[in-house]
Structure formats: structure tokens, C-alpha cells
Design a protein around this ligand. Structure first.
Ligand code: PLP
Length: 432
């Protein structure tokens, strides 16, 4: 009798992988419209301040439901612009989640302000809103509200706190295009927002981002950073004078053309992400040892990143969780099920914050009496637990992959967990 791949020994121990090599298709799918729009831009010859850049910011703002959009060369640039648009200045304290991409927090240092971390809520992997008030002081000016992995924060609760303390809210929606809270899209509920269009994002334009807001004054403040501090408008009146401290954060027309073309497909991509995630969830839901992503009432998750946590107690593991997680990830990958560890460091533990020396001479902490701010990782136990025990399924849920790939991916994960007693981290991680 021949064994099927799911009955055969684990692939990492010499068995047959569950998912064939060629099953998972590349992201993003490219078609003739993408090729034509990018080539038209190339041939059009207006690479800076071109027609696609202008149109992309209008179309993206319209898609998201914002009045204003500014096309940037990254999501990080849009975050920095948001802080400045909201009036954050040197030495101000800005609250941010303890677990995210590094630039959700380094954008705060970019403007000489001081990041104050708040631990996460384990269920949602987002900032724990109930811990925000304890972190607010007279120096607190704003909150970078990260909607992580495609799940919106509870914006009613967050905005109630922001309004109570007169704080500005910059939504970091870089991972959450199209995520909904009570039917409203992320990026429309705070004072302004940032989207990213880098390689892995739900809308990929190669690199680049978008600053979004409904507030004219915030928009003008953000725009002052965008292009060398040249604040004169319209473009025809440009006088090459730096009126404010500016950076060079403009996107280019080729990228905008790619972004515009992908935007036409974004709703379809998001639908695929959600329906593939439902297939994966169905495949995984009865497996001992897995904690699957939650979608609280009133939220619509995009499953940009389907983040799974391993319940170490349930699988009977009492050793180092990171070693066990890393061994499991290798075993799942050997099955051909695409997965990764998304971010293995919590933000406060990153060297840039631990060293408190971003610009040298202790800046910005030293000159703002902030050297005693406590970034001890032990103060963020929930973020640490998440970081140490998670792994992410991303690519198999993206178009053009369909339910077959999501199901196979789940079968590979299932096979590993049904054979969990055979996972020996020493053997898997230390053998050559
Ligand atoms: C949550 C979050 N914030 C900000 C960023 C920064 O975006 P970008 O890479 O476009 O600068 C990213 C992505 O890398 C992200 O995932």
C-alpha cells in the first residue's frame, strides 16, 4: 500500500511533502493592464509629478473614503508626514504598540519625538486599548494606531480616549487596506493615516505609500515634509525655496502607474484573502495546540497575515518556546506549506530603542529628559508571548491562489501537529 503525503512521515524527517513545489503562486499577480500602464508611464516621460502620481492619490483617497491623498515613496514616509501634520514636535511623547513593524515606532524618532510603548492584547495582536490611559502623561501628544495584520483596532474606544486627552491619532494602516471597523474603512477614523504599497502588501506597487486625511490643515502640515519643504502650490508656482524642514518623500510615476493598475483589482484580492482564510481556518480549527486569529464582533479582518500562535502547554512543551516554534516552522515549511516567523523581536527590545542613541549623544531622549523612560522588554509580556509563539501564513491566501492552495497549506500544518511528538528542536535546528 502506498501512503498519501499526509500519511507519510513528516517531510522534515524524510517523508513526502504535502504541498507540491509549484502550488503556491507568486504575489502580486501581473497582467497586461499592469504592463500597459507601466509602459505608458515610461513612454510618457513625466516621471516626477507625473499624471499617474496625481491620479493615484485621487483614486486611492476615493477608494478609501478620504478627502486628501498624498503619494509617497513609502508607508514610513506617510507615517512621518502624519506625525508632523498632527503637530507632533521635538520631545513630545507618542504612544505606539509594542509589537509591529519597526517603523511604526521609528517614525516617531524621525521627528525627534519619544516613542512610548503599550503592550498588546493577545487576542487581537493590536495595542491593548485598556492599557493606553496608564501610559498618558502631560507630554503625550499623539497615538500611532497600528491596525496589525489586517485587523482594525476598536476605534470607538481608541478615539474616546484620544478625545478625552486631546490626542491626535495617526492610523498605521500599512498592513490593513480595506479592513473595516463597524463598516468603516481603516484610515477614515483617526486624524490621518498611512498605507504602504511595498512588495508584500495587499496592494503592491513595488514600493511606495499614501498619506490620507480629511483635514485640510493636517494635510498641509504633512505636505510640508513631502518635497523638500517646498510648500508653494500649485506646482506651477514652485520656486525651489525650502519654507519648512522637508524630506524627499515623493513617489514616482512608474510606481504610481503600477499602483493604479493594482488598485483596480484590490477589491477582488481582498475577497480572495478572506475566502481563502476561511478555508484555512476550517482546515485548522480542531487541531490541538493552535490558536487561530480572532475577528471580534464589528470587525472585518482582511487576513493580510493569518497569524497562528502555538499553545505550548497544549502540545506538552515546557522548554524554550522560540526553539519549539522555530522547529515547527521548519517542519511546516518542509511540508511545502508556506509560512514564516513575521517579526521575532518586540519593538521595545530592538537595539535602536534599548540604546537610546538614535542621532548620537543620546538624542532624542537626552535633550528631552527622557533617558529614564523604561523600555524593559519584561514590561511587555503579552507582546513577548505572541512574538515567541507565532507563525504566519501569508502567500497561500493571496490571489491568484485559491481554496485548493489554502486547504493544502492547512493539511501540511495539520500533519505536523498530528506528529508533534516527533518534533525535536535539537535535531531539527542544530543538525547540519
Ligand atoms: C505595520 C507597518 N507599518 C509601517 C510599515 C512601513 O511601510 P513601508 O515599508 O512602505 O515603509 C510597514 C511595512 O513595512 C508595516 O507593516
Amino acid at each position: 500500500m502506498t501512503l498519501t503525503s499526509t500519511q507519510s512521515p513528516l517531510a522534515i524527517l524524510g517523508g513526502t511533502p504535502t504541498v507540491p513545489d509549484t502550488a503556491v503562486k507568486h504575489w502580486p499577480p501581473i497582467d497586461d493592464t499592469d504592463r500597459k500602464m507601466v509602459l505608458d508611464s515610461l513612454n510618457g516621460g513625466k516621471h516626477a509629478f507625473g499624471p499617474n502620481s496625481q491620479a493615484f492619490q485621487e483614486e486611492m483617497a476615493a477608494w478609501n473614503g478620504n478627502k486628501y491623498g498624498i503619494f509617497t515613496n513609502s508607508g514610513t514616509a506617510a507615517l512621518h508626514m502624519g506625525l508632523v501634520g498632527c503637530g507632533v514636535g521635538a520631545g513630545d511623547h507618542v504612544l505606539v504598540t509594542g509589537y509591529s513593524w519597526s517603523s511604526s515606532a521609528t517614525c516617531i524618532i524621525h521627528h525627534n519625538a519619544i516613542p512610548i510603548f503599550v503592550d498588546i492584547d493577545f487576542d487581537t495582536i493590536n495595542m491593548d486599548i485598556d492599557k493606553i490611559e496608564a501610559a498618558i502623561t502631560s507630554k503625550t501628544k499623539a497615538i500611532v494606531a497600528v491596525h496589525l495584520h489586517g485587523l482594525a483596532l476598536n476605534m470607538d474606544k481608541l478615539m474616546a480616549i484620544a478625545n478625552k486627552y486631546n490626542l491626535k491619532v495617526i492610523e498605521d494602516a500599512c498592513q490593513s487596506h480595506g479592513a473595516l471597523y463597524k463598516g468603516r474603512k481603516v484610515g477614515t477614523m483617526g486624524h490621518c493615516a498611512a498605507l504602504s504599497f511595498n512588495q508584500n502588501k495587499s496592494l503592491c506597487a513595488g514600493e511606495s505609500g499614501m498619506f490620507l486625511t480629511d483635514d485640510e490643515e493636517i494635510c498641509a502640515g504633512a505636505a510640508s515634509l513631502w518635497s523638500f519643504g517646498e510648500t508653494r502650490t500649485p506646482l506651477e508656482s514652485r520656486d525651489y525655496h525650502a519654507y519648512a524642514l522637508g524630506w524627499m518623500y515623493r513617489g514616482n510615476d512608474l510606481t504610481a502607474a503600477f499602483g493604479r493598475s493594482q488598485l483596480r483589482k484590490l477589491d477582488g484580492y481582498l475577497e480572495a484573502e478572506r475566502s481563502n482564510a476561511a478555508v484555512l481556518r476550517a482546515e485548522l480549527q480542531d487541531i490541538t495546540g493552535l490558536i487561530l486569529p480572532t475577528e471580534p464582533e464589528g470587525h472585518s479582518h482582511t487576513y493580510y497575515n493569518f497569524s497562528i500562535r502555538i499553545d505550548m502547554q497544549a502540545i506538552g512543551w515546557t522548554g524554550d518556546p522560540v526553539r519549539m516554534r522555530d522547529a515547527i516552522v521548519k517542519a511546516v515549511q518542509a511540508e511545502g506549506s508556506w509560512c514564516c516567523v513575521w517579526q521575532r523581536f518586540i519593538l521595545p527590545s530592538m537595539t535602536v530603542f534599548q540604546a537610546k542613541n538614535a542621532y548620537g549623544k543620546g538624542s532624542p531622549w537626552a535633550e528631552h529628559d527622557a533617558l529614564d523612560i523604561d523600555y524593559n522588554p519584561a514590561n511587555f509580556p503579552v507582546a513577548q508571548r505572541h512574538s515567541d509563539t507565532h507563525f504566519a501564513v501569508i502567500m497561500p491566501l493571496r490571489a491568484p491562489n485559491g481554496p485548493d492552495v489554502a486547504k493544502l497549506t492547512g493539511q501540511g500544518i495539520r500533519k505536523v501537529f498530528e506528529n508533534i511528538s516527533k518534533i525535536d528542536p535539537d535535531q531539527i535546528l542544530d543538525s547540519k
